[in-house]
Design a protein around this ligand. Structure first.
Ligand code: NCD
Length: 351
């Protein structure tokens, strides 16, 4: 079964195909209006969402399909203690494809192990968010016309910002892409992302947003992820670390693309919104079209396997990440690949 759990489940050719289909949908939506007649998308959102859930719903409806699901786990049997695996066994019998968001990292992997239909990861904890990346890539392609050779600034919460992790994974596969990381010490990129996708030639860390801006082709601002902080005082201290405003854009390129997965809190002042380089609302809009392309593609490719690195049971290691699904739900076998937990990608600890 083909799923989308990690953006690297897709090759760059598959991503190009999705971007091309989404562009065709934008140009001629009528052509696709009945492509999913009689089909059902399940939207299982164990965590709050506006854009992702509604754009998935809108995408399936625009393809002629129907949608069922929940937007609040408290209203489902999860509140009675049901596991992800059991919920998915049921919902995959009622639907043709499932988009799920879960606060625990690796939950969609557990789901994909028991599902009868394709699983789409719509965000798992602070880990990955591949469909946001598809929306980001469509926006970059339509606004800048290319992926190769871009310098991309990522600013804010690079530690818990799952959209950042998936975007770096996707963009690091293109020729000549450079990343400029702008984050407070406490919110720097996790090691599992850094060690896999960054090397001395393709990134730098800069403390000052103003200093970074003139060098950038893309500026990807992010919200400090309040819900992931164990210490609320630390959130309060860090939440306004970086604020983009019109004045700070004075030295920016004319062609800069300013992106943000949204929702924003304070990190982009509203005086930036009418700048022609502010592309974050287009990005949200494009999320609908790329999700239409994704639903079509996964349904078409249902019979094909997802390419996965082999994970093995390693009795000497344990996952100590409290945000990982394998440490909180019963019945999940700990699995590791190259010493990292197969669910959350954090380094396994010796028992
Ligand atoms: C992001 C998310 O949920 O990770 N939002 C989104 O899906 N568009 C970013 C965020 O919540 O800050």
């Amino acid at each position: 079964m083909k799923h989308l759990i990690d953006i690297l489940d897709f090759t760059t050719e598959e991503i190009d195909k999705l971007v091309a289909t989404a562009s065709d949908i934008i140009d001629d939506p009528k052509k696709y209006a009945h492509a999913c007649d009689g089909m059902i998308l399940g939207t299982l959102f164990y965590e709050p969402s506006t854009r992702t859930r509604l754009s998935f719903t809108s995408a399936m409806m625009s393809l002629g399909g129907n949608v069922l699901g929940f937007s609040d786990a408290a209203s489902s049997s999860v509140s009675k203690g049901e596991t992800v695996a059991d919920t998915i066994r049921m919902v995959s019998a009622y639907t043709d494809i499932i988009a799920m968001r879960h606060p625990k990292e690796g939950a969609p992997i557990v789901a994909s192990g028991v599902s009868r239909v394709p699983i789409i990861n719509a965000g798992d904890g602070g880990h990955f968010h591949p469909t946001q990346t598809l929306a980001d890539l469509l926006t970059i392609k339509r606004k800048l016309g290319r992926f190769d050779g871009l310098t991309i600034g990522l600013c804010g919460d690079l530690k818990y910002g799952r959209t950042v992790h998936s975007l770096i994974a996707a963009m690091s596969r293109y020729e000549g892409v450079k990343f400029v990381l702008i984050a407070p010490e406490e919110l720097k990129l996790p090691d599992y992302v850094k060690s896999e996708f960054l090397h001395s030639g393709n990134y730098e860390e800069i403390a000052s947003l103003e200093e970074a801006i003139p060098t950038l082709d893309v500026l990807y601002m992010t919200r400090v992820q309040q819900e992931r902080f164990a210490d609320k005082a630390e959130y309060e201290r860090l939440k306004d670390s970086y604020i983009l405003n019109k004045a700070k854009l004075s030295g920016a390129k004319e062609t800069l693309s300013i992106l943000h997965p949204l929702p924003r809190v304070n990190e982009i002042a509203t005086d930036v919104d009418d700048d022609p380089r502010a592309h974050y609302f287009y990005q949200a809009e494009f999320g609908r079209y790329i999700r239409m392309a994704l639903i079509l593609y996964l349904i078409e490719k249902k019979g094909e396997p997802t390419k996965k690195a082999e994970a093995t049971l390693d009795e000497t290691l344990t996952c100590t990440n409290p945000h990982c699904i394998c440490t909180v739900e019963r019945g999940i076998k700990p699995l590791f690949k190259n010493g990292n937990c197969a669910y959350c990608d954090q380094k396994g600890e010796k028992k």
